[in-house]
Write a protein that binds this ligand. Sequence first.
Ligand code: HSE
Length: 435
Amino acid sequence: MKPVNIGICGLGTVGSGVYNILQRNAKQINSRANAAICVTHVGSRRDNPACDIGETRVSRDIFEVAKDPTIDIVVELIGGTSVAFDLVMMSIKHGKHVVTANKALIAENGAEIFAAAEQQGVIVAFEAAVAGGIPIIKALREGLAGNQINWLAGIINGTSNFILTEMASKGRAFPDVLAEAQAKGYAEADPTFDIEGIDAAHKLAILASVAFSIPLNIESIFVQGITQLEQLDIGYARELGYAIKHLGIARQSGEGVELRVHPTLVPAASLIAGVNDVLNAVMVDADALGSSLYYGRGAGSEPTASSVLADIIDISRVLENPPATWVPALGCPLEVLTAQKMIPVADIETCYYLRFSMLDTPGALSNATKIMADAGISIEAIIQKEQPAGIDYVNVILVTNRLPERCLNAAVSEIEDLSTVQGSVTTLRLEHLDQ
Ligand code: HSE
């Protein structure tokens, strides 16, 4: 069997997982790769007691791995976009194939990285960058290669899903659950990336590029995190028959492509509503297959390492084949990627959940619903909560039909201007996710 030498840069949670799986499953991995895969160089500032790397060469300077002439594949697991970018570009320059779990790096610098890789005739593989252990990149670019993808919607940040699940099922407070997610190692080094939707946006940019053969386009994504979500909206949504999930949604139509990340009401009976805790899932609607759901662990040591290993095995199998025979990184050659019109968020159509506090007086509700009617907005569901004696304001909850955000915004401003309405209107998007 031909030897394939691996250099792992970053021996943290995922790096140690890769090492341990390679030791445990060496026989199967080598026979599947038709190669003797061996980690021969580790670049890491510190040792990790979670794995025993024995006599493997260790460099405290990770760039030594990129320069090591004996290394075939550099595995970048250090995260971030500055040193990781330099490491990946140096590895490519030295003719190494690269495997990375770094979604921010691919989403923000992918165009430059893939162009350099194409020029050098090396592979940059990134299955672990999206949804951890779920092989969604391979599903899109290989398994669904014969389909036109209409849309995909995913729970692609485990930390946000964990927080929402705990808030909904146990009524726990946001900061308390976030602290637990950090302690369990789900959250990014900067948890803002998780709770403000940035991590999900990075993953959505990659998914959309592979699914729609469009360039990576992080700037066009509308991004809303979960920090503004209130416990009472989770409760009202449940009463109406919905769960609130943090979704990344990409859809293409004749009008263009819409890309958005935000908390979303989804029918409580839908498959995606049942995806809880730190788990991830991506639902894909494709013209030939119809809907399919990819579900599993989106973070953690061995789940993410599972995807890293799949890429290592893929590359090892084709090492001696000419680049033209490889499945391209984004599913098609870079020159085939076609920019499409990005639909601004104001023009994106969805249903809405609205909540506002209104003076309990005759005619108050009809004034609000008249504003909706005049704007051509249909009310699909409504709840008005009776308040205890002595409290003059009631919570009103409405669910609308599908409409563009710009129409909703105008009506919401008018409702907020009513003298009977107190404070602002809470607005959440709602998707039925039907085909
Ligand atoms: N912080 C990420 C998450 C880790 O919570 O999903 C996996 O990308």
